[in-house]
Design a protein around this ligand. Structure first.
Ligand SMILES: Cc1ncc(COP(=O)(O)O)c(C=O)c1O
Length: 440
């Protein structure tokens, strides 16, 4: 008898593989390929010795070892939650009271990715709306698609999310009666994945004010994803949006130990409005009864002993050098082609390259094939855009370059190969404009 098919849930059918999985597979299976694709961190600077020492200290005492090897609690290890709150408030130069937040409103998650997922479960029904930046973190778009959430987008400029465009969108939704479906406004406000852009200081309180103004019959929350905040290597730190949320009512602030420390810890954290905490914990306990307790004890040790702060300092210097290296390589290789532009971030590890509009750098375009032939891969910028109901067209002439894992030699060589892949695809530009590079 033939085996009957498995019937999959609607959610499973809505859930696709990450668009960059195929690219990563290609990178792994092609020797010598230089990858600017996956957002992997620098490897030589990972805290190997420090983690080994912390693990030895933790496990050498049976009492601390047993505590770490037992189940933990759903919201996470309390001392680490307190330290996380302290980290965020210190960065903002405030006390926890200034944002009406205690460790009770801090949730530790399995990477900040889990928080993004849980929030969708807690807040959104299929057909509800989340507003994101265009372009934005495409993995989050995948989460929202899986949950049946509609994504509407707002363009960005050199100062990040365009608040005039956001206001227009909110007014339009008010007019069409769809404002009631808006649950979240999502912003990656420091050195954004994928563009490297940062939300300008003056826009931060303004964004909060907009969310408050349009929260007439239900609250429109801001999801502030500060995943790259601690990878700042340029100017001074900017205040978070959370910093202005003095009643802890509108802003969910999430960040992660992945970028400044190690993604293998799979530990992220969030400061959330009080009413959200219990529903999130209820959902999280369906997932896992709490994230890895052992990892949280280790991180508590690393943060408490000052190792974490030193590690963050160390990786900032590493990424600063790599950013200088990629920008220098771009300036050199594309010097003869002024129509090509790129961002020049002051933190994080992404550069966003914009080619002339005629050039198709998209997943089925000519450039991606040629790049692989030359031995380099990138993420087509199209993956980070969502065609929305208001007719945003997905641009195909943009590229995300991640310089997290490549060495400086690979960065220079990779950009040389990318330029080689473009040869013959340039159109002569009679009156090319001088290059404008965006510094964030
Ligand atoms: C903007 C952004 N948010 C969240 C995440 C999730 O990171 P993690 O789950 O490792 O904390 C990433 C990962 O690359 C990211 O780029």
């Amino acid at each position: 008898m033939p085996t009957a098919p498995i019937t999959f849930s609607v959610q499973s059918q809505r859930t696709g593989d990450s668009p960059i999985s195929a690219l990563i597979q290609q990178a792994l299976s092609t020797p010598g390929l230089i990858s600017f694709a996956a957002g992997l961190v620098d490897e030589p600077s990972l805290p190997v010795t420090e983690t080994r020492d912390a693990a030895a200290a933790l496990l050498s005492d049976p009492r601390t070892a047993r505590a770490a090897l037992q189940y933990g609690s759903t919201p996470g290890y309390r001392p680490l939650r307190e330290k996380v709150l302290n980290l965020v408030c210190t960065a903002d130069g405030i006390t926890p009271e200034a944002i009406a937040t205690t460790a009770d409103e801090v949730l530790l998650t399995s990477g900040s990715q889990q928080l993004l997922y849980l929030l969708g479960e807690a807040l959104c029904n299929p057909g509800d709306i989340v507003i994101t930046e265009a372009p934005s973190y495409f993995v989050y778009h995948g989460v929202l698609a899986s949950q049946g959430v509609r994504v509407l987008t707002v363009p960005m400029d050199a100062g990040g999310l365009d608040l005039t465009a956001l206001e227009e969108l909110l007014l339009r939704l008010e007019h069409t009666g769809e404002l009631r479906k808006v649950r979240l406004i999502y912003t990656v406000d420091y050195f954004q994945n994928p563009t490297g852009l940062t939300l300008a200081a003056e826009r931060r309180p303004q964004l909060l004010a907009l969310a408050q103004r349009f929260s007439t019959d239900h609250r429109i929350l801001i999801l502030e994803d500060a995943a790259y905040r601690e990878l700042r290597y340029g100017t001074e730190d900017l205040p978070s949006i959370k910093r202005y949320d003095t009643r802890n009512a509108f802003v969910i602030y999430t960040s992660t130990f992945s970028k400044p420390c190690a993604p293998g810890f799979r530990t992220g954290y969030a400061l959330v409005p009080r009413e959200l905490m219990q529903p999130l914990c209820n959902l999280k306990s369906n997932h896992d009864f709490g994230s890895s307790n052992l990892t949280q004890h280790l991180l508590d040790h690393l943060v408490g002993s000052g190792v974490y702060a030193r590690q963050a300092e160390k990786v900032r210097a590493v990424y600063r050098k790599k950013k200088d290296c990629i920008v220098q390589a771009l300036e050199q290789e594309f010097a003869d082609w002024p129509a090509v532009q790129w961002t020049n971030p002051t933190g994080g590890f992404y550069v966003w390259l914009t080619l002339p509009p005629h050039l198709n750098a998209g997943p089925s375009g000519e450039l991606v094939k040629r790049a692989v032939e030359q031995g380099v891969i990138y993420v087509p910028g199209a993956f980070a855009h969502v065609p929305d109901t208001f007719g945003e067209t997905v641009r195909n002439n943009e590229i995300r370059l991640c310089f997290g894992i490549a060495t400086e030699e690979q960065i220079s060589e990779g950009i040389r190969r990318l330029r080689a892949a473009c040869r013959g695809l340039e159109q002569p530009q009679a009156h090319a404009k001088p290059r404008e590079c965006v510094t964030t």
